[in-house]
Design a protein around this ligand. Sequence first.
Ligand SMILES: Cc1cc2nc3c(=O)[nH]c(=O)nc-3n(C[C@H](O)[C@H](O)[C@H](O)COP(=O)(O)OP(=O)(O)OC[C@H]3O[C@@H](n4cnc5c(N)ncnc54)[C@H](O)[C@@H]3O)c2cc1C
Ligand SMILES: NC(=O)c1ccc[n+]([C@@H]2O[C@H](COP(=O)([O-])OP(=O)(O)OC[C@H]3O[C@@H](n4cnc5c(N)ncnc54)[C@H](O)[C@@H]3O)[C@@H](O)[C@H]2O)c1
Length: 464
Amino acid sequence: MSSDTRYDVLIIGGGPGGTPAAMALAQAGKHVMLVEAGRGLGGTCLFEGCIPSKIFRETAARRRELGRAAEFGLPGSDANTVSVDWSVVQTRKHHILNSRAQGALAKARELPELEVVFGRARLTGPRTAVIEAAGERREVGFDNVILATGSVASRLPIPGADLPGVLDSRGLIEIGFVPRSLTLIGGGPIGVEMAQIFAMLGARVTLLEAMPRILGPVDDVLANLLAERLQVDGIDVQTGVSVEAIEGEECRHVVRYTRDGKAYEVDAQVVAIVAGRHPNVDGLGLETTAVQHDRHGIKVGETLQTDEPGIYATGDLVGNPMFAHWATAQALAVARHLLGAPAAYPRPEYNSAVIFSYPELGMAGLTAEAARAAGLDVTVAEYDYRIDARAQISGDAFGRLRLVYRKDDRRVVGIHALVEGAADLMGEAELIVRHGLTLEQVAEAIHPHPTLTEAFGLTALGAR
Ligand SMILES: Cc1cc2nc3c(=O)[nH]c(=O)nc-3n(C[C@H](O)[C@H](O)[C@H](O)COP(=O)(O)OP(=O)(O)OC[C@H]3O[C@@H](n4cnc5c(N)ncnc54)[C@H](O)[C@@H]3O)c2cc1C
Ligand SMILES: NC(=O)c1ccc[n+]([C@@H]2O[C@H](COP(=O)([O-])OP(=O)(O)OC[C@H]3O[C@@H](n4cnc5c(N)ncnc54)[C@H](O)[C@@H]3O)[C@@H](O)[C@H]2O)c1
């Protein structure tokens, strides 16, 4: 194989789990090929996940704020009179997505050792792959490969799930109008975020969740508080349901479900199934290698190497947790490992994440439940944002902060915050948990007034 078809590292997938590894490796002088099958670098996160959903949320939250203007001494607006020009929202989304994708590509192209190919890659053995790009077929060889092909929305095995008008999250991101009514099947992060976005935009929304509560692995107190908030905001949240069938046509769908043996139905203009995602292994050619996988993801060891030496996997393809920052942390760790440098692999016990609900729900480290399951003797210190100066000023005095700490040495092992603005608290929260700070150390830190971060100090100070 000639040097122009031989690479130190092949990376399949240009999302958060692939591109950062390609950049880091090429920057360090490795000869790298990055193959991306979609319309640009950025993956699900950029084109149909994190970024577009938060662009929608921005419009929804601003509409909500306009409706509350009178509370702030600015009479004359009412959310119901603020119409939504959805084409402007979609155009704004396209501009942001395109500019981010172009920015990423321009940065990649500055690296002479990095070749970016827009096409589809398939392994043909442990050290070879074919790339189909622009009608051409290329065979390449490599020393190592990073698989980062992400995840795809899971369908449900129920009648009607494949009806043409039944959407998944990608369909919601591409939707050309604000539906009058929307039924979401699945009360995970996607279901909750989309429910609130479309409710704030004026839709009548029903959220159907199979489990006894929404947002399964999240702090239970905060998840329940958020569920109450959803109900107060007019979203019909139904938990513990079994969805039996979807019927209907383009603009009217009926979802039939049961709970406790009783049958119910709900109708809506649009139905979306947002009931989880599974690893995207189809067509990757894994059968030509020793790589093992199941429905949860590709099997990897501590260094994210698969059962086939030289083949690594990162991001959603490896399974839960599925977050963009987690995928990137894994990508950078594998890159460092391949460069022979010490690698910090992300660890669940101090992962941070934010659900962009309203208010935002941020988490870092372990819930009390998870800490106890891991054998830690923990307790929780709480703070109610109703008494918080910053939250009162911004008109969002609702929510709770929960610090989970060990009883023996008072080290904080988890921080969970439900408050509008929580997203921007989670960097500090992650540092506190990662470095095992004690309540006393958190209390000592001087937090500026009036800000939402003060709650960290006040809660730590007040803990028994
Ligand atoms: C609606 C929604 C909202 C979300 N919001 C957030 C959020 O706010 N914060 C957050 O942290 N996470 C969020 N996520 C999750 C986040 O998008 C994923 O965790 C993240 O994108 C995973 O990165 P990845 O690189 O593993 O996979 P992806 O981003 O899925 O990238 C995989 C890439 O591989 C490419 N590919 C697939 N097969 C091939 C092939 N054979 N050859 C070449 N290329 C291929 C795909 O085109 C894709 O671009 C959200 C997800 C969704 C669906
Ligand atoms: N802000 C963020 O970071 C963010 C936002 C969106 C998505 N994501 C990530 O994307 C991934 C996918 O999100 P998701 O919300 O689709 O998945 P999820 O797996 O987190 O949640 C799916 C929910 O659907 C429910 N469900 C499953 N089958 C059902 C059925 N038949 N009927 C009713 N409910 C059913 C599950 O019990 C669960 O609560 C997650 O791993 C998440 O971490 C992250």
